[in-house]
Design a protein around this ligand. Structure first.
Ligand SMILES: N[C@@H](CCC(=O)N[C@@H](CS)C(=O)NCC(=O)O)C(=O)O
Length: 130
């Protein structure tokens, strides 16, 4: 993946910080806003809106908008917030709180458990209880 950005731009830095934190394999392509490089015909083929950041994936597709890119990069990963909430939430039943009416919470717990290699606390039998 290539990340096109200018290190003087906060929108670009958030991508760089996230990609570094996630240890993603990427190449940083410097695009100098002050030199008008975002408006070059070469760059406009990457991002027709003429803004950084943008990314180009291995398959050639490009994506602009920092928050959309961030969302894409972290899509199936969990964050510090997930880790903070997981330990007690996954044991809700032991504390007398049923998650039966909270299917989205159960799905989230299962996703985190899979990423961490934990046994399922919300579905100990391993079946799909919804
Ligand atoms: N909503 C966009 C904003 C992008 C943006 O404003 N980029 C600025 C740098 S922070 C830029 O490329 N300016 C150069 C230009 O418009 O030519 C995002 O979050 O990516």
């Amino acid at each position: 993946m290539k990340i096109y950005g200018d290190l003087n731009s906060g929108n670009c830095l958030k991508l760089k910080y996230a990609a570094d934190h996630l240890r993603l394999d990427y190449q940083w392509i410097a695009v100098d806003i002050s030199r008008g490089e975002t408006r070059s015909s070469e760059y406009l083929r990457i991002n027709p809106f003429g803004q950084v950041p943008a990314v180009k994936f291995e398959d050639g597709r490009c994506l602009g908008q920092s928050n959309a890119i961030l969302r894409h990069l972290v899509a199936e990963r969990f964050s510090i917030a997930d880790i903070c909430l997981l330990p007690y939430t996954r044991l809700a039943a032991e504390g007398g709180f049923s998650l039966d009416a909270r299917p989205r919470v159960r799905e989230w717990i299962k996703r985190c458990e899979q990423q961490l290699g934990l046994p399922s606390a919300v579905d100990p039998a391993g079946g799909d209880a919804g």
